[in-house]
Design a protein around this ligand. Structure first.
Ligand code: PLP
Length: 380
């Protein structure tokens, strides 16, 4: 399913880069994988000096992600650390303190929206005209257009090329949270985005055992600003987590293909199920984001959202009745998990109270369906 496109830099397809980048040089006796370097300090005058500034195990991870996103990557201690760094750098670049507002999707990741607080101007990110007129009408107070696509958890699909071009014309920088699509699904820097961020905790690492973030840019000044931010604020990852994330990246293409196939099948069956009021999955022809996703995204992703006529009680009943699926927050692991998002007070009120976000894993899809099918009885 992954169209592992290539570009001119090394002539390799993206799924090959996932496997071959971030490795030590092929010399006799060298390990195949970059080892975990536990060091707070390094002998002076080398590539690495102090552990808060850089570490070879981070560099391996950054090399793989940078090669996929077509930019230079910096690892952070979590997705939110990368998000915070991008917001701070955008605000500083915009200059005067009065340009501290960010336009943000009204169903974006709740952590980003909560962090922005009054500085966030929510908008339906799928409505390109509405986004760009909001930016145009307030350009003198806006530091950046924050894009998430597909959004978490609304699965709204943004027209990233149109939004980036429009914002650039208005002198406003763009940041894309690419966590859901992964760099196999889309490469926003190629469409004019200034910075891409990821929660590498999710699909990139893929095994629910790492907290990690990453920011990527192809702009030297922005890279230097993000690097300085990381050095001074100190939101640095552990070498062990960076190692695990690189190891996870090796299988991203096959994990994502399998989980996306599973998600597609489950979305189709859920859409036909009498207990389910509404299914959101960009792969469904009936989905409002389907046409745009078909044009812009390589693969429809591993997340499916369902809403119930029976409201939050029906959603909670589903989460309580599953046996194979794990009721848990977060997403993007090899194991299938689900949760009712509005159980968190910070979740956007634009998200339906009954919405259950399913993070589809790589198990056999018939086992996943059988479990959902038996658990759906509890929702009636
Ligand atoms: C989880 C998530 C984040 C935050 O990442 P952490 O690694 O949990 O700090 C940011 N954006 C999106 C879209 C996410 O799903």
């Amino acid at each position: 399913m992954t169209d592992a496109g290539s570009d001119s830099s090394d002539g390799l397809h993206r799924d090959t880069r996932l496997v071959v980048r971030g490795r030590p040089a092929h010399v006799p006796g060298a390990p195949l994988s970059e080892p975990i370097t536990l060091a707070s300090t390094f002998v002076a005058d080398g590539t690495f000096e102090y552990g808060r500034w850089g570490n070879p195990t981070w560099t391996a991870f950054e090399d793989v992600v940078g090669a996929l996103e077509h930019g230079l990557a910096l690892a952070f201690s979590s997705g939110m650390a990368a998000v915070s760094a991008a917001i701070d750098v955008a605000t500083t670049r915009a200059g005067r303190g009065d340009r501290s507002t960010l336009v943000v999707p009204d169903q974006a990741y709740s952590g980003t929206v909560t962090l922005l607080g009054d500085r966030g101007r929510p908008v339906d990110i799928a409505d390109t005209e509405a986004v760009l007129s909001l930016v145009a009408d307030n350009a003198d107070e806006i530091a950046a257009l924050w894009i998430e696509s597909p959004t978490n958890p609304g699965l709204q699909v943004a027209d990233i090329p149109a939004l980036c071009a429009g914002a650039r014309d208005l002198g406003v920088m763009t940041v894309v949270d690419n966590t859901f699509a992964t760099p196999l699904g889309q490469q926003p820097l190629d469409h004019g985005a200034d910075v891409v961020v990821h929660s590498a905790t999710k699909l990139l690492s893929g095994h629910s055992d790492v907290l990690l973030g990453v920011a990527v840019t192809s702009d030297d000044e922005l890279f230097a600003a993000l690097d300085t931010h990381r050095r001074l604020r100190g939101a640095t990852p552990s070498p062990f987590d960076a190692f695990l994330a690189t190891r996870g990246l090796r299988t991203l293409a096959v994990r994502r293909d399998r989980a996306s196939e599973n998600a597609y099948l489950l979305a189709e069956r859920l859409a036909d199920h009498p207990a389910v009021a509404h299914v959101r999955y960009p792969g469904l022809v009936s989905d409002p984001g389907h046409q745009r996703a078909s044009r812009l995204l390589d693969g429809f992703g591993t997340i499916v959202c369902v809403e119930f006529a029976g409201g939050p009680a029906a959603a909670d009943a589903l989460c309580g009745a599953v046996r194979l699926w794990v009721p848990a927050t977060s997403l993007g692991g090899v194991e299938s998990t689900l949760e009712r998002r509005r159980r968190w007070p910070a979740e956007s009120p634009n998200v339906d109270e009954s919405l259950v976000r399913l993070s589809v894993g790589i198990e056999n899809v018939e086992d996943l369906w059988a479990d959902l099918d038996q658990a759906l009885i509890a929702t009636r």
